[in-house]
Each structure stands twice: as structure tokens, then as C-alpha cells.
Design a protein around this ligand. Structure first.
Ligand SMILES: NC(=O)C1=CN([C@@H]2O[C@H](COP(=O)(O)OP(=O)(O)OC[C@H]3O[C@@H](n4cnc5c(N)ncnc54)[C@H](O)[C@@H]3O)[C@@H](O)[C@H]2O)C=CC1
Ligand SMILES: O=C(O)[C@@H]1CCC=N1
Length: 274
């Protein structure tokens, strides 16, 4: 897959490494990708690993680019946008932002108004083309802008358009942060396996393959998660003992509270950066 569109990423951190890696792996021409990243080794490693153009400042990277993809921390979005506002008004790019909690209204206002802004919430499995992305477009984004944003993110995995921007904090809490929840579960399973006497290497290999196999069954079998769970659970067997322990300890409520905390943090980030 190739893009005629030139895209400039502003920020070259973890998320951009995943996005650029996903794009290049899908056949996007590295010559159409630019990154602005002030930290020398981070910038040089992105340029070296992917063959893209990398610049120390955002102004250099965005000039003439069709899409400006903001991927700096939410706390610096305002300053970065306001610095680029005169250039944005001159060039009228399609703006895409992955910053958690920062609204399209805020971004458009900081950039001087009158711009199409797409909020995208990807996640780090984008690096493997296995990402999940929620997208929201403001009223200034036309059908072509939506198609460009969708094509950009779709090369890193499936995309889902969200009709109500208020729901983007829930998307962030579920799928944006979600890989970390699975990684935490894997860490806990490995530690528990070791605590039960397994050698560390064996605990790790068995836990990781179990997560992979379960994820594939969830996505490839067409069966609902509860049905797959029931098939593992022999009456009065070992799984039932574990699941009853999870339920007694409030596993579902723990997950719900964690995702709620993430959503609330998204709202706080929006309010504190207004
Ligand atoms: N890490 C993740 O899984 C996800 C992150 N996001 C969002 O992506 C954004 C970036 O997150 P990460 O990549 O994890 O953070 P990060 O801290 O790894 O990357 C941010 C990068 O921006 C650079 N930067 C700072 N000021 C800059 C400027 N003025 N111009 C250009 N670059 C500048 C920093 O040097 C840093 O390398 C955040 O807004 C976050 O909410 C969204 C979805 C998932
Ligand atoms: O932790 C964060 O704030 C970002 C947004 C989603 C994943 N990482």
C-alpha cells in the first residue's frame, strides 16, 4: 500500500514508532513520512530503522505536508499547536491527533480555527499491523479527509469511527490503554507460575503462548468470550476453581473500575490543558 499523501508526525515517541512501523510494514513509501522529534538519539533511531525523514523541530517537518499528525504528550499539545498556528493557517493541512483527552475543539482553537481535525486513538500493537483505532472527525473534515485519515490508520489494523466525541475518552480507556492491561495480566500469570514452582523460562513461555492462543481464539473462532471460557471450564475442575476465586475477588469490578479511572483521567487531561 502507498500514500501519495505526505504525512508529518509531530513527536517521535512510542506511539509514533508503532504507527510508522505499521505503515512501513504495510508498504507505505518511507519518503512520504516525516517525523519531528527533538531528542537526538530517538530521532536518529527512527530515521535509521525506517528510512524516513526526521527533523529536530515541528516547523521543519510539517512544512508542505498534507497531514499533520500530532503525537506529543497531552500536556504539551497546547504549546506545540500554538507555535504552529501561523503555518497551519497558511497551509490548511488535515490535522490528526492521537493525544489522549485533548478534544478536537481545543486543537482547532489552538491552531487558529477553521481546520479539519480528526482525533485518532490507536494502540501500540499498530507496530505489528494488529492495532485497534477509534476515529472521530470534526465538522470541517470532508469525505476525502475522512478517507485519508482512515487509510492512514487502517494500515496499522482495524478502525472504528465514533459518532460522539465524548466517547473518545472511553475508547482511550478501553483500547488505547488496553494493551497494558493484557501485559499486566501476562506479568501476573508468569509471576504466579513461578510462585507455583515452574522455572522462569517455562512460566514465561507457557503464559505468553496462552495469551496468544486465547487472543486468536477470541478473534478467529467467531465464538463469544463467555462461550470460549465455558469450554475450558470442566465441571468441578481446575478452571472452575480459578474462576470462582477471580469472581470472589471482584475481578469484573476491578476491570470496570480501572477502565473508568482511565476514562476519568482523559477528561482531566482535557480540562487541565484547556
Ligand atoms: N503509547 C501509547 O500506547 C499511546 C499513546 N497515545 C498518545 O500518543 C501521544 C504520545 O504518546 P507516547 O508516544 O507514548 O509518548 P512519548 O513520550 O513516548 O513520545 C512523545 C515524544 O514527543 C517528543 N516531543 C516533545 N515535544 C515535542 C515537540 N515540541 N515537537 C516534536 N516532538 C516533541 C518527545 O521528545 C517524545 O519523544 C500522547 O498524546 C498519548 O496520549 C495514544 C494512543 C496510545
Ligand atoms: O497512557 C496514556 O495516556 C496513553 C494514551 C493511551 C495509551 N497510552
Amino acid at each position: 500500500m502507498t500514500f501519495a499523501t505526505t504525512i508529518a508526525f509531530i513527536g517521535g515517541g512510542n506511539m509514533v514508532r508503532s504507527l510508522v512501523g505499521g505503515l512501513v510494514a504495510q508498504g507505505c513509501d518511507p519518503a512520504t513520512i516525516r517525523v519531528a522529534e527533538p531528542i537526538d538519539p530517538v530521532r536518529e533511531s527512527l530515521a535509521g530503522d525506517f528510512g524516513i525523514k526526521a527533523y529536530p523541530t515541528a516547523a521543519e517537518a510539517v512544512e508542505g505536508a498534507h497531514v499533520w499528525m500530532f503525537a506529543v504528550k497531552p500536556q504539551v499539545m497546547r504549546t506545540v499547536c500554538e507555535t504552529l498556528a501561523p503555518l497551519a493557517q497558511a497551509e490548511k493541512p488535515l490535522v490528526v491527533s492521537v493525544a489522549a483527552g485533548i478534544s478536537g475543539v481545543q486543537i482547532e482553537h489552538w491552531l487558529g480555527g477553521g481546520l479539519g481535525v480528526v482525533r485518532a486513538m490507536p494502540n501500540t500493537p499498530a507496530l505489528l499491523g494488529a492495532g485497534a483505532t477509534g476515529l472521530f472527525a470534526n465538522a470541517n473534515v470532508d469525505a476525502n479527509g475522512r478517507a485519508v485519515a482512515e487509510q492512514l490508520l487502517a494500515s496499522t489494523g482495524p478502525t472504528t469511527w465514533i459518532g460522539d466525541e465524548m466517547q473518545m475518552d472511553a475508547v482511550t480507556a478501553l483500547s488505547g490503554s488496553g494493551p497494558a492491561y493484557v501485559f499486566l495480566l501476562a506479568e501476573a500469570m508468569i509471576a504466579a507460575g513461578e510462585a507455583e514452582g515452574l522455572p522462569p523460562d517455562a512460566a514465561r513461555a507457557l503464559a505468553l503462548q496462552t495469551v496468544l492462543g486465547a487472543a486468536r481464539m477470541l478473534t478467529e473462532s467467531g465464538e463469544a468470550p463467555d462461550e470460549l471460557r465455558k469450554r475450558v471450564t470442566s465441571p468441578n475442575g481446575t478452571t472452575q476453581a480459578a474462576l470462582e476465586s477471580f469472581e470472589r475477588d471482584g475481578f469484573r469490578a476491578i476491570v470496570a473500575r480501572a477502565i473508568h479511572a482511565a476514562r476519568e483521567r482523559g477528561r482531566e487531561l482535557s480540562a487541565m490543558n484547556d
